[in-house]
Ligand binder design. Structure first.
Ligand code: SF4
Length: 391
């Protein structure tokens, strides 16, 4: 990769520590490693220093501290982390700085410290309003912990607050899901992410499902759950701005929009991924290897065909749709003309619509986004065969 000349608006910092592993979790997260917090923070600081040496003091408009459970870190550790980030990057004074948090790991003092450190957005993994479902997922908190954590967050001065909720859980029925969404709406949040449970192979939850002990609801019920949530949220002013994300006007997550528009981002910390200068690379997933100094690996210059497919896959997730002129400028391809037949068919099925120079998926289209992406990508395939790699 060439030095300098990059514009990296987004910085992701991975904190891989958790109190215990949730039953469905396949993320890079390590329970019982509290003794390594200090070493890890310093290692991330070294990594950021090396990035500065390679690419210069890059501008940063958003920082996302994800995990794992970043909120396990004491306030001083988050202060140190963000102070190091500011020393190594040109962090915008108005930067959106998000920290993911588990409701079972915060207290008023810690939240005030996070706020003082510069964190201005908290994203809590709430998941469900029924303690039985939370226990089945292996979560360490109750719904009352969620209510308390959000109240403390408001008292600490946070306004930009989000919760993650999950549907399609084993044993979860429509009544419980609607209750979860209604209760979440009583929290002081401006943003919600709704995720369908993905049963990852090898997890304890997958084992229980595989053995027939518990079962996930049928796909049709999961789809109905999502539609029900959408109707409830819309009535309360939460608009869907991405397939899984809803917010009050003006409270979109700026960091995630960078991912969905294929903007550049640098990931630091174990298992973090990056996209810089048309190349993808990642850090080792293994915590000990990372602590021992192992750095970026699996460098891959992204072929233009793949970059276009990614753009179609990611940008159609957003309600504002794909900017067709921007696509043309970036990849030299007129998407509408190239995929005319496919787009016309999808329009007649009311799956997509074209307006303001954007290709949008309708609500109906959002439910089958994968199938639409496959149609657009295959329609494109003939004209991109001759393309090489991004310059
Ligand atoms: S808190 Fe999140 S990262 Fe940690 S084990 Fe649970 S799901 Fe995984």
């Amino acid at each position: 990769m060439e030095k300098g000349g990059t514009n990296m608006p987004a910085l992701y910092i991975h904190l891989p520590f958790c109190t215990k592993k949730c039953a469905y979790c396949d993320f890079a997260s390590y329970p019982g490693r509290e003794a390594d917090f200090g070493r890890y923070i310093e290692r991330v600081g070294e990594e950021m220093r090396a990035a500065k040496e390679t690419w210069g003091k890059m501008p940063v408009e958003t920082i996302f501290i994800g995990g794992g459970t970043p909120s396990l870190l004491p306030g001083e550790a988050v202060m140190r982390l963000l102070a190091m980030a500011r020393a190594r990057f040109d962090v915008d004074p108005e930067a959106e700085i998000t920290c993911e948090a588990n409701p079972g790991t915060v207290d008023p003092e810690k939240l005030r410290d996070y706020r003082d450190a510069g964190v201005n957005r908290l994203s809590f993994g709430a998941q469900a309003a029924q303690d039985g479902l939370l226990a089945q997922l292996g979560r360490i908190h109750t719904w009352q912990d969620v209510v308390q954590a959000l109240e403390w967050s408001r008292q600490a001065g946070f306004r930009n607050l989000s919760v993650d909720l999950m549907y399609g859980l084993p044993g979860q029925d429509m009544r419980q899901w609607v209750e979860t969404v209604e209760k979440a709406l009583k929290l002081p949040v401006v943003h919600m992410s709704l995720y369908s449970l993905i049963v990852e192979p090898g997890t304890p939850l997958a084992k229980r499902i595989g053995e027939g002990e518990i079962a996930v609801p049928p796909d049709e019920l999961s789809l109905k759950m999502r539609s029900a949530a959408e109707r409830i949220l819309a009535r309360r002013g939460f608009a869907r701005y991405e397939i899984s994300n809803y917010c009050m006007p003006g409270w979109e997550c700026r960091h995630n929009i960078t991912y969905w528009t294929r903007g550049e981002y640098l990931g630091v910390g174990c298992a973090a991924h990056s996209l810089m200068c048309g190349e993808r690379f990642e850090n080792p997933r293994d915590l000990d290897a990372y602590l021992a100094g192992a750095g970026y690996q699996n460098w891959q210059k992204i072929p233009i065909r793949e970059a276009m497919e990614e753009a179609i896959m990611l940008e159609t997730r957003m309600s504002k749709g794909m900017d067709l002129q921007c696509f043309h400028q970036k990849y030299g391809v007129d998407l509408l003309n190239s995929c005319k037949t496919a787009v016309n068919r999808l329009e007649s099925l009311q799956m997509v619509r074209i307006s303001d120079g954007h290709l949008h998926l309708t609500d109906r289209g959002m439910d089958v986004q994968n199938a639409i992406v496959i149609q657009l990508v295959s329609a494109l395939s003939n004209i991109v065969k001759q393309c090489d790699t991004i310059q």
